[in-house]
Write a protein that binds this ligand. Structure first.
Ligand code: FES
Length: 248
């Protein structure tokens, strides 16, 4: 018994697809039944005669449909090869003018889709930071993944280039929530001996005003200090190290 050529099913599927894609194809097809043929099999189910023209038409149709399908499927991949202008912008350095930033204030920028906090710390906060070391998980910032080395050079407890100006990525290192800044030195419901810092209400992680994480909270590491440098006394460039800028 010879294998059956199931051309009827393929033909019907190709016609249905073309009918749905091309307006007017169904109408044209009806008017050309004589050329395309109306049946594939003889009543006894044997192969019957398959006209060479129809076979060529079916082969061409299947090839075109296949090519269209591959083309449609490839679009997202091809698009992904070209970085969008937005993606380029997201990686670009960001500049901040801190001349109007008063003591105790914070300004928030966006860099690479992340919030960047720039805080001008008060004298009282700076004096309190070294007193917290015993309560912290990594008081000297030995986890090198969390900050560039140059912010530890003058004083590792401050984690900043200038003592009073702190620059941090404002995302909790537990699950990425946005911690609240609670800058005043006063008893808080979550810490009776609070010296100012950041409190993440999601799972109650606490960080000091240098972004150092407390012991016994879910966040595993200090907040991240992003690469940055001072273009001049009041201009910070986020995303470029001092060594890359010539400002080192
Ligand atoms: S995300 Fe901050 S404590 Fe869980």
């Amino acid at each position: 018994m010879r294998p059956r050529l199931e051309t009827g099913g393929v033909r019907r599927q190709a016609f249905r697809l073309f009918d749905s894609i091309y307006e007017g194809f169904a109408e044209w097809r009806m008017g050309n039944e004589a050329v395309l043929g109306s049946s594939e099999q003889t009543p006894d189910g044997s192969e019957g005669t398959v006209d060479a023209g129809r076979r060529r038409f079916l082969t061409a149709t299947t090839a075109v449909v296949g090519a269209v399908g591959v083309g449609v499927a490839a679009i997202p991949f091809i698009k992904s090869w070209n970085p969008s202008a937005r993606a380029k912008l997201a990686g670009a350095p960001v500049t901040a003018d801190i001349s109007a930033l008063a003591e105790g204030q914070r300004m928030v920028l966006e860099w690479r889709g992340q919030p960047i906090w720039i805080v001008r710390r008060t004298k009282a906060v700076l004096e309190a930071l070294p007193t917290l070391d015993d309560k912290l998980r990594d008081p000297l910032s030995q986890n090198a993944d969390q900050q560039p080395a140059y912010v530890l050079e003058s004083n590792p407890e401050l984690r900043s280039i200038k003592p009073e100006v702190s620059v941090l990525v404002g995302l909790c290192t537990h699950l990425g929530c946005a911690p609240e800044m609670v800058a005043e030195i006063r008893p808080e419901p979550f810490d009776a001996d609070w010296k100012g810092g950041y409190f993440c209400p999601c799972h109650k992680s606490k960080f000091d005003m240098a972004g150092r994480v407390f012991e016994g909270v879910p966040a595993p590491t200090n907040l991240i200090v992003p690469p940055h440098h001072y273009a001049d006394d009041n201009t910070i460039v986020i995303g470029v190290d001092p060594s890359q800028s010539g400002a080192a």
